[in-house]
Ligand binder design. Structure first.
Ligand code: NDP
Length: 268
């Protein structure tokens, strides 16, 4: 991987206590950035913080409990980052999860929950961190990167609400990119297919046959889903794409996305 020195820059990763977010936080720390992560579950957050501190004992790291759907929590998180680090250069909107449901079994309430999660997990942190991002833009790099899914372009009926919300969010990201470009804040996304992470580990726990290994279960799923690279992605593979889009390595890229789906996209 290309080496880049991020000393003096601050990266904020929502949902940084597990999976893709945690792997992304680690990449930023490795490159010398100060990093702030958040999540709702204090125990999971403490565990992630301890793991990062063990690997990067001197690293400037802030781990804060925050539900990105709660405006008060998000403002408090932004204030903590401002107080501790004084700036934000890169915001990674990663927090969230998918919903498995067909049109027939998605209630009005479930639709609202899903739309709320997908939209406001981007809207609230973006709004709260925007003043700091504007300040950072003058220093040469200010960016927002959102974790989105290939479902935005290639919907799947068994995840109807998630697919639909993700398409809307991709549209929102485009608008944000254009609105914020004159302020020199870049906005991009990654579209992921299936990445091994906390939510898939939880699905494995409930769905795997007795005695079936993680490798067998994920391999079978990858085959069923016709993923050309024949396997799930790893959190660090999604993290590397996020890192590229967040940093100056992608200084002339905005309103764009990177596909991290193992070749699963069917469109040209
Ligand atoms: P994980 O479950 O491993 O990580 C999700 C992270 O988000 C956790 O840190 C979780 O912490 C946090 N989180 C969830 N909801 C909130 C919330 N409301 N406020 C703050 N933090 C929250 O899953 P992934 O790493 O796979 O997921 C990362 C992103 O990638 C998600 O947005 C997910 O929807 C998306 N994605 C993942 C795919 C995959 O195959 N893995 C496919 C498509 C998209 P806590 O629960 O403690 O709050």
């Amino acid at each position: 991987m290309i080496q880049i020195d991020l000393t003096g820059q601050v990266a904020v990763v929502t949902g940084g206590s597990s999976g893709i977010g945690l792997a992304t936080a680690e990449l930023f720390l490795k490159a010398g950035a100060s990093v702030a992560i958040c999540g709702r579950d204090s125990e999971r957050l403490a565990h992630a913080e301890a793991a990062l501190r063990e690997r990067y004992p001197q690293a400037p790291l802030l781990a804060a409990r925050c539900d990105v759907l709660d405006a008060v929590d998000v403002d408090a998180f932004a204030l903590q980052v401002q107080t501790r680090f004084g700036r934000t250069d890169m915001l990674v909107n990663n927090a969230g999860q998918g919903r498995v449901s067909t049109f027939a079994d998605t209630t009005d309430e479930a639709w609202r929950e899903e739309l709320d999660l997908k939209y406001f997990s981007i809207i609230r942190p973006t709004r709260a961190f925007l003043p700091m991002l504007r300040d950072a833009a003058g220093a040469g790099n200010a960016s927002i990167v959102c974790v989105n899914s290939l479902l935005a372009l290639q919907p799947e009926p068994h995840m109807v609400a998630t697919s639909s919300a993700r398409a809307g969010v991709q549209n929102l990201i485009r608008s944000l990119a254009v609105e914020l470009a004159p302020q020199r804040i870049r906005v991009n996304s990654i579209l992921i297919g299936i990445v091994e992470s906390g939510q898939w580990r939880r699905r494995f726990d409930t769905q795997a046959q007795p005695g079936q290994s993680w490798e067998d279960w994920t391999g079978e799923l990858a085959r069923k889903k016709n993923i050309p690279l024949g396997r799930f992605g790893r959190p660090e593979e999604a993290a590397q794409a996020l890192f590229y889009l967040a940093t100056n390595l992608s200084s002339y890229t905005t309103g764009s996305h990177i596909d991290v789906s193992g070749g699963n996209a069917r469109h040209v």
